[in-house]
Design a binder for this molecule. Structure first.
Ligand code: CTP
Ligand code: MG
Length: 232
């Protein structure tokens, strides 16, 4: 696959409260290696990814200080209290060689099972417009719950997607969109949401459902299983 290489920002400044454990989830071991090392490896293997920028908690004691993975440079910066602040800090810390019009990827440290061919398809398809994201159409029936935990109604499933990462946007546009959302006090859950608020329509690129975000303690065993089976 040819084309310019892209930088990827990896937010890794979270505490992993829902996962529990003695250390933040991105440092817990999966098949003998920390989750974040698996994630960085998956990204670095892709020929279109040229550099990795990790954002870390200010008091992070576990980051192994990697300077390169598979020959690709690894930089680090301090993240923020919300994921969106961590992504913005990463965008601001990218090298000056990354222009405002250049595309950058953002990928959660907590998604170590991302597939190489999904990264490639996102880069190919989203670069022809203003960017996009990996996701998958909803498969299950969707229920709106009431305060008592009973079904209030059934929501239509058609045209509804789950949003994954990586997400890919132009450095300048995404930085501006995240800053503006912050200025307005809007809580932003992914990059696409910031871009939507700025008037863009990010392209949804269907990816494998096994690109899970390791969130609870039960997800670690699933991630280990998937890592052994999803190398491409
Ligand atoms: N993240 C971040 N900065 C934050 C919060 C989250 O960089 N202030 C990162 C996490 O490290 C993770 C990704 O964003 O790689 C996705 O967030 P999530 O899965 O919610 O991780 P945590 O916030 O660590 O987990 P929890 O919400 O359970 O505490
Ligand atoms: Mg979180």
């Amino acid at each position: 696959m040819t084309g310019p290489t892209l930088w990827c920002v990896i937010p890794a400044a979270g505490r992993g409260v829902r996962a529990g454990g003695d250390l933040p989830k991105q440092y817990q071991l999966l098949a003998g290696r920390s989750m974040i090392e698996h994630t960085l490896e998956r990204l670095a293997v892709h020929p279109r990814i040229g550099g990795l920028l990790v954002t870390l908690a200010a008091d992070d004691r576990y980051w192994p200080g990697l300077r390169s993975v598979r020959g690709k440079p690894v930089l680090s910066a301090i993240g923020g209290a919300q994921r969106s602040a961590s992504v913005l800090a990463g965008l601001e810390a990218l090298p000056a060689t990354v222009g405002d019009e250049d595309f950058v990827l953002v990928h959660d440290a907590a998604r170590p099972c991302v597939r190489l061919d999904d990264i490639g398809r996102l880069i190919e398809r989203a670069a022809s417009g203003d960017g996009g994201l990996l996701g998958a159409p909803l498969r299950d029936t969707l229920k709106q719950a009431d305060a008592g935990g009973c079904v209030e109604r059934t929501e239509p499933r058609e045209s509804r997607w789950r949003a994954f990462t990586p997400q890919m946007f132009r450095r300048g546009a995404l930085t501006a969109a995240l800053r503006e959302a912050d200025r307005q006090g809007v809580a932003i859950s992914d990059e696409a949401m910031a871009m939507e608020l700025a008037g863009f329509s990010p392209l949804l690129v269907e990816g494998a459902e096994d690109n899970i975000k390791v969130t609870t303690a039960a997800d670690f065993a699933l991630a280990e299983f998937l890592l052994a089976r999803t190398s491409s």
